[in-house]
Design a protein around this ligand. Structure first.
Ligand code: CUA
Length: 343
C-alpha cells in the first residue's frame, strides 16, 4: 500500500500548504496557486463573509423576536390600523437588493477578467489542446514552429511557472469539464465546440484537477495533474517529450516490447518510434514518466500496472481498456518492465 500512499501524497501536494491556510483537502478552492484562482477565491471569501454577517443579523433578530415582551392586548394597535412596513421594505428588500447587486457586479467583473474567446487570447494558436475522452484526458502540445516539435501525451500537463498558458478545450464524446481548483474555475469541454482557458501558476508545484461534469460511470476517475515547472525544467521536459520512445534495453524490457507489439495493446495505443499507432487510448510514448495510470486513478507503479493490464474492468469498470489475460506471468513482467521504462 506504500506506493498508493506515496501517490496520494504526491498528487495531493497541496495539502501541506493548505493546512496552513486553514482549508485542508486535495483540491481546495480557497488556496489559490495562481492569479485566476486568486480572483475567484477573493470573490468567494467576500461572498462567504457577507452571507455569514447577514446570517448573524438574521439569527439575532429571530432570537429577539422569540424572547421579546409580547405586550398586552390593550397596548397593541387595532387590526385595521395602518402598519409600519419599514422593516419589510428596508430589511426584506433594500438591503438584500444592494448586497445581491454588489455580488452580481463583482462576479461580472471577475468573469470579464478571464479571457475565454479567441479574440482575447495571445497571438496564435494555444500551445496546449486538451481533448476529453470517456474517461481520460488527451493532451496535445503545439509548442514550437515545426510540426515535428509537437507531441501528444495524456492525463498530465506541464506548464512553465509564472507564465500565462492558454489551453484549448475540446471533447471526443460527451461533455467533460476542466477543473483544477487551485488554478481556475470550471470550464466545459463541449462537443463540436472549442473553449479556451488561460491558467497561470505562481510557483513550481503540482496541482490536481478532476473532470467536473458528469460524463458516465467513471466520471470520478478522470483526474488531471498539472505540474508547474521552473522554466528550465519545463524546457527539459518538452525536449524529452519530443523524443520518440527510447529503444528498450536488451532482456526483459526488449521482450516486453515484443509482447506489447504482438498483443491487443498495439491496437489502441501509440508508442512513437515503434509500429504502435493506435489512437483509441492514451499515448504511451513516455508513459513511465507519468505519475499515475488510468487517468491518475492509481499510482504509476509496476504492481498497479500489472493489475491494470489484467483487471482494468475491475479497477475502472466500463473503461475502454479491456481485461487482457492472455499473458503468461513472464510476459506480464516483461510488459510492465517495458512500459515503466518508457521515460
Ligand atoms: Cu469527464 Cu466527468
Amino acid at each position: 500500500m506504500t506506493a498508493m500512499r506515496r501517490f496520494h501524497r504526491a498528487s495531493a501536494a497541496v495539502v501541506a500548504a493548505l493546512a496552513a491556510a486553514g482549508c485542508e483537502g486535495v483540491q481546495p478552492m480557497m488556496a489559490p496557486g495562481g492569479p485566476q484562482a486568486r480572483s475567484l477565491a477573493q470573490l468567494g471569501w467576500f461572498t462567504l463573509i457577507t452571507f455569514a454577517a447577514v446570517s448573524v443579523v438574521m439569527w439575532v433578530l429571530i432570537f429577539w423576536v422569540a424572547v421579546r415582551r409580547r405586550g398586552t392586548l390593550a397596548e397593541h394597535a387595532q387590526p385595521d390600523a395602518p402598519s409600519d412596513h419599514r422593516w419589510i421594505v428596508i430589511g426584506g428588500f433594500l438591503i438584500p437588493a444592494v448586497i445581491l447587486c454588489i455580488i452580481f457586479v463583482l462576479t461580472l467583473k471577475t468573469m470579464a477578467a478571464f479571457p475565454l474567446g479567441d479574440h482575447e487570447m495571445q497571438a496564435g494558436e494555444p500551445p496546449i489542446t486538451i481533448t476529453g475522452h470517456q474517461w481520460w484526458w488527451e493532451i496535445q502540445y503545439q509548442v514550437g514552429a515545426q510540426p515535428s516539435e509537437h507531441f501528444v501525451t495524456a492525463n498530465e500537463i506541464h506548464i512553465p511557472a509564472g507564465q500565462p498558458v492558454d489551453i484549448r478545450l475540446e471533447t471526443r464524446d460527451v461533455i467533460h469539464s476542466f477543473w483544477v481548483p487551485r488554478l481556475h474555475g470550471k470550464v466545459d469541454l463541449m462537443p463540436g465546440f472549442s473553449n479556451r482557458i488561460r491558467i497561470q501558476a505562481d510557483a513550481p508545484e503540482l496541482f490536481r484537477g478532476e473532470c467536473a461534469e458528469f460524463c458516465g460511470p467513471q466520471h470520478a476517475h478522470m483526474i488531471l495533474l498539472v505540474q508547474a515547472d521552473a522554466p528550465a525544467d519545463y524546457d527539459a521536459w518538452l525536449a524529452r517529450m519530443r523524443q520518440p520512445a527510447a529503444a528498450p534495453a536488451a532482456g526483459m524490457a526488449a521482450r516486453g516490447q515484443q509482447v506489447f507489439m504482438t498483443h491487443a495493446c498495439v491496437l489502441c495505443h501509440t508508442v512513437r518510434g515503434t509500429p504502435a499507432h493506435g489512437l483509441v487510448g492514451p499515448d504511451l510514448t513516455h508513459f513511465g514518466s507519468r505519475k499515475g495510470l488510468a487517468a491518475n486513478s492509481y499510482p504509476n507503479a509496476t504492481g498497479f500496472l500489472a493489475a491494470w493490464v489484467t483487471h482494468a474492468q475491475t479497477m475502472k469498470p466500463n473503461a475502454q481498456m479491456p481485461n487482457i489475460t492472455a499473458f503468461t506471468g513472464e510476459e506480464l513482467r516483461a510488459l510492465t518492465e517495458y512500459l515503466e521504462g518508457l521515460k
